[in-house]
Structure formats: C-alpha cells, structure tokens
Design a protein around this ligand. Structure first.
Ligand code: FEO
Length: 171
C-alpha cells in the first residue's frame, strides 16, 4: 500500500521520465534535420530508455495497489544552436533527474516505505550511468571544437549505440 505522498511522488516521476523521452525525441528530430544521423540514433536509444524508465514507475505504482495518474507532459524545446548545446542541455537534464530521484528516496524513507526505497535504488545507480554517458559525449564535443571531420567521426561512433537491452528492463 502506497501512502498518498509516495503515490504522488511516484506519479510525478513517471511524468518526469516521460518528459525525458519527449526531450530526447525532440533532440533526435533536431539531429535528423542537421544530418547527424549517429547523434540522432544516440538520442533515439536514449528516448527508448526513458520510456522504459517511465514504464517501471507505471508498473510499480500498479503493483503496489496504487493509482497511476497521467498528467500533462510539457512540450520540450525544438531547436538548439549546436550539438554542444544539445549535450550541455542533456547533462543538465540528467543532473536534474538525479536530484528528483534523490528527493524521491528521501520521501520514501520519511514515509518508512522500504519497498519503494529498494525499487528506487535501481534508479540511483542508473543515474550515475546516465550522467556519465551524457558527460562523456559532452567532453568529446568540447575537445573537437570546430573540427568538422572529427564531428563526422564521432557521428559514426554514436551510430553504434543500440536499443536498451533486456537486462536494463529488469529492475
Ligand atoms: Fe530516466 Fe535519463 O533518466
């Protein structure tokens, strides 16, 4: 049984994860328009991962006998100045999600909801990876600066990122 407070906080996070998927799909669309298909692929895989995160919250709320309440999803930005600004935005967004997950853990602990706390630990670990992978791409973009051929090499590299694996689907 979920307390009102925890149920609301889990539903808010379901919304935040769905927004993340929207944001990364919008970035995918941006990269498609500037013909950076590898970067677009990276964002598409990232959006799929966020939908999977959202579904974990959806399923957990249901499993605990709670009520999923779907709310409006904010429209994401649609334009960026450069790949660098996209990844600055991506890292900033992941840092925000980390803060939200940490606050959610604190809410669960304050409500003495240990099952929710254990469920959230997967996300605590996941956020370390999320910040690291966005941060790595950002650092590479800073290094290459205005070097167009390095940007195309990087684009080719990012085209190799695949869809989330079955492992990542098991919380
Ligand atoms: Fe679901 Fe990228 O955090």
């Amino acid at each position: 049984m979920l307390s009102e407070k925890v149920q609301k906080a889990l539903n808010d996070q379901l919304n935040a994860e769905t927004y993340s998927a929207y944001l990364y799909l919008s970035m995918n669309a941006y990269f498609n328009t500037v013909n950076l298909n590898g970067f677009a692929n990276w964002m598409y895989a990232q959006a799929q991962e966020e939908l999977m995160h959202a579904m974990k919250f959806y399923e957990f709320i249901t499993q605990r006998g709670g009520k999923v309440v779907l709310a409006e999803i904010e429209a994401p930005p649609t334009e960026w100045d450069s790949p660098l600004s996209v990844f600055e935005n991506t890292l900033k967004h992941e840092q925000l999600v980390t803060r939200l997950i940490n606050e959610l853990v604190e809410t669960a602990l304050a409500e003495r909801d240990h099952a929710t706390n254990i469920f959230l630990q997967w996300f605590v670990t996941e956020q370390v990876e999320e910040e690291e992978s966005a941060g790595n791409v950002l650092e590479q973009l800073k290094l290459i600066g205005n070097d167009k051929s390095a940007l195309f090499m990087m684009d080719r590299e990012l085209s190799k990122r695949g869809a989330p694996t079955a492992d990542e689907e098991v919380a």
